[in-house]
Design a protein around this ligand. Sequence first.
Ligand code: CTP
Length: 395
Amino acid sequence: MKIVLGVSGGIAAYKAPELVRRLQDVGAEVRVILTPNAARFVSPLSLAAVSKHGVIIDQWGDSERGGVDHIELARWADLLLIAPATANIIAKLAVGIADDALTTYAIAHRAAVMVAPAMNTFMLQHPTVIENVERLRARGIEIVEPDSGLLACGDEGAGRLPDVPVIVERVKARFAARDLEGKRILVTAGPTREAIDPVRYISNRSSGKMGYAIADAAQRRGARVTLISGPTSLATPAGVELTSITTAKEMLDAVMQAAGSSQIVIKAAAVADFTPSAPADQKIKKQADRDEISIAFRKNTDILSELAKLKPRPFIVAFAAETGSLEANAREKLAQKDADLIVANDVSDAAIGFDSDENEVLIIGRDGSQSKVERASKFAVANRILDAVIQRLHG
Ligand code: CTP
């Protein structure tokens, strides 16, 4: 991996030396170009030291050396990664302005481009910024979406440069082998909702992030992915075919319909185990003389067990969300559901539980084999789960 890292002048530029180090850890060679403003946020000397190469800031280069740096570099590079990317550089990339070393290089560059916007939320939401980001995306440039959280300016919202491991994982994915080419994968994600009456339902706290990350990662590795999802607020990953459902029954029907043509089924969804036996067709009203209400529930069909009965059956990955005795419960669930692999996580830990961007899981195979994936972004964990699936499919 030969990467040109372009750093523009946002506060997140301070993460650049760490980004260079972590990219090198995964085997990348990195050359750095700074905009003049970036050089006010991060020391060119530190970047030269970690990258072990001169850092380019001046568009006109070193006149004594001859040669035009940016053309030489463009022959060498496999990827231009711009992180952080300010509103200014995004606008320049969108229209082709080349008025400093980085934007000039961007026009000479021939290989893939990845851009990680980072700025204040209000700036990120400005119509021109939105429009410019979309122009880049339409040109095939990969956008690493900013994270939400507390920003340097004290505001809260989207705009933070994602943590370095998240960016590194995206770069790795870009260079990853397309080892799922030709495979059809069915992924389920999110919660289901079971109606109590026309305005109320029972559901669970699943955000769908793990399943969406798996669908995204599998698609990037060449698979044809169908994602069957309960209600979530997430964007459908590019290239993934989405079927939206609401109830467990709808999920069962959609899964059984799609399963026949899938070689691998990954069931990350948190399916409701029970549904109200007789949902009311009118809104249930309060009654003055009753302080309690009971609702009768009946069991939903276990989708995994139905899948396991198919002949020929797909390779089945189950999930186990547990709040204690993780390994023992997961092993029991694996056997009970007759799955090929189970991915267990402890949802009582807030850092990796529901709605978190990170996860830490135990992957247990039918053959008893077990591996632990330490805490990492859900996208990174998704890739480790897919590694485990591929390893067992071939084994
Ligand atoms: N699952 C399913 N159909 C259901 C319920 C769950 O296919 N009706 C799947 C989930 O998608 C997940 C796995 O079963 O892959 C385990 O879900 P979980 O809720 O942890 O387990 P349950 O079977 O519900 O067991 P329990 O609630 O007793 O922990």
